[in-house]
Design a protein around this ligand. Structure first.
Ligand code: ADP
Ligand code: ASP
Ligand code: MG
Length: 269
């Protein structure tokens, strides 16, 4: 049976309707068996991403700054019909007990995946037990072994993007936007048939569709062509995705969570 690793970005998960929408997409194709989630992003232009709120919270050390984070997650959880209160208490404790900036910043992805696991029944896999760093780089063999071991036991998994841990169990982050990389890395490690990257635009365009409207998304791209578009500043995918996709020739499919009937852009060798 084919396996898709499907990653949903913060733009797809900014509110409860986003989570419900993502669940519909996942349910629509049983091949979507390994889900990677980002932290909730902006609901509107002037909004702040959860990751930025978490970083600020850790920097100021003010418990009051955690209130807006708590409120956003509680509202999402309530609307999708699950409880996240214990996990929120645990995250608050992590942030204010000196676990560090990386740990604080990672809690958005952690809580997103917890909510999705509860609403979908997909098994929660903590990235700190499955994505391993050594001296700032991915430990490929260890990550491969952990992801495959987990996937052998649980046939449907949801894992937070953006972070992993070093050999001492300390949380390590990918660069910002790095849930894309987690998805491509997972697809490589479990030998997935495709890596779906679900976002808020119809695919990859020649230039940012938010700045240059009226373009059509590109149907197919090679890794090299995509690399050139990303090098020119397109923030639609993290460029490190291409490294993991190239290694086995995994197709990357960029699709719009809000227009899932569209085919998106297919990127391959
Ligand atoms: P996600 O939250 O799904 O990770 P991002 O905000 O990181 O989403 O990336 C999607 C955004 O990338 C789109 O909203 C779009 O405005 C922007 N973008 C910039 N350049 C491009 C491009 N060439 N093609 C598609 N999207 C682009
Ligand atoms: N939440 C992280 C960020 O804002 C990672 C990601 O969204 O991919 O950078
Ligand atoms: Mg992104």
């Amino acid at each position: 049976m084919p396996v898709f690793v499907s990653k949903f970005g913060g733009t797809s998960l900014s509110c409860a309707d986003g989570f419900k929408n993502v669940f519909d997409i996942v349910r629509n194709n049983p091949d979507r068996r390994f889900i990677v989630l980002s932290a909730p992003g902006k609901r509107f232009n002037a909004d702040t991403k959860i990751t930025d709120l978490l970083i600020r919270c850790e920097e100021t050390g003010r418990r009051a700054d955690f209130t807006s984070i708590q409120q956003r997650f509680s509202d999402i959880a309530k609307e999708v019909g699950v409880s996240i209160e214990n996990e929120l208490d645990e995250a608050e404790e992590n942030i204010f007990s000196g676990a560090g900036k990386a740990c604080a910043a990672s809690r958005g992805e952690y809580l997103s995946a917890k909510i999705f696991s509860k609403m979908s029944g997909f098994a929660f896999l903590d990235a700190k037990n499955a994505v391993f760093f050594h001296n700032g780089k991915i430990d490929e063999e260890k990550t491969k072994a952990a992801l495959n071991a987990a996937f052998q036991v649980q046939k449907r998994i949801v894992m937070p993007g953006f972070y992993g841990a070093d050999e001492h169990g300390k949380i390590c982050l990918f660069p910002r936007g790095g849930s894309d990389t987690t998805g491509a890395l997972a697809a490589f490690c479990i030998d997935a048939d495709a890596y779906e990257n679900w976002t808020d635009v119809d695919g990859v365009f020649r230039s940012d569709p938010a700045l240059c409207p009226g373009q059509k998304p590109i149907d197919r791209l090679s890794y090299d062509e995509t690399g050139r578009i990303l090098d020119a500043g397109a923030a639609v995918l993290h460029p490190d995705c291409l490294y993991w996709a190239r290694k086995k020739g995994t197709p990357i499919i960029v699709r719009n969570t809000f227009r899932p009937h569209l085919p998106g852009t297919r990127i391959g060798p």
